[in-house]
Design a protein around this ligand. Sequence first.
Ligand code: XMP
Length: 258
Amino acid sequence: MEQASNKKGSCIVLALDFPFEKPENRSNLFAKASSVLDLVSPYICAVKFNHHLILPLGAFDGVKKLVEKAHEHGLMTIMDCKANDIGSTNEVIAEYYYAAGFDALIANPFVGWEEGLKPIFDVARKQQRGVILLVYMSHKAANEGYGQTIINAETGKPMLQYIAFAQKALKLDADGVIVGATYPKIIAEVYDVLRDKLPIYSPGIGAQGGTAKNALEAGSRYLIIGREITSSETPVDTAKKLRDSARPAPQCRRDACF
Ligand code: XMP
């Protein structure tokens, strides 16, 4: 990620999402996704996939071709499956997504370690792939789960759930965390835990109301951007503009701004 980002001068992870299409129009969807990916690839450093394409196109048919195309463009690929099940199922999820070519997947730390996240990390480490953990989601109700005050099992003291998840991500040696761009104050708090040891990925720019400037200044390393680019009449111009505006300002809190 770091290399692709530095080479392209971009911290934008394209969320390759499109609105619902009737299943019989799947070939149009593939063509649209393929075309947007080709057009904007010079301005992004990675591509994130979600159910928007996995469900209609399938992991080993359409999506695998798009993953290969992303790799040909020098882009890493992330599967946003928010893996969130018991360990034996999580293991199968990880095996399939990595077999489809994904470099990393997103998992939900609410399931815990034993018989939860552990099998994902085991598969990932064996195959040298990545695991990115949710720490605070970008939507309105994120506070109901990620923002709760909990009692730390080790100290018996109250603390915020997302701080516990950020600490856990460090301890588990995850490859990054997700904090919504819609919550720059929380990005800053999580950055204080992680410093530059783990990158923060922030979705929620544009359509969800977050801004690149606020997220980067607070400490995000990568910006996940979907509809702003994929629904644009002029995706190339939009991606280029976003790339140019998403350069960390001097007041950015990260130790290693690029
Ligand atoms: P938009 O169109 O809002 O797309 O730019 C954002 C993409 O990111 C996903 N998303 C998230 N993924 N944690 C995640 O792992 C989050 O907090 C989060 N918020 C948005 C969204 O589903 C879409 O693919």
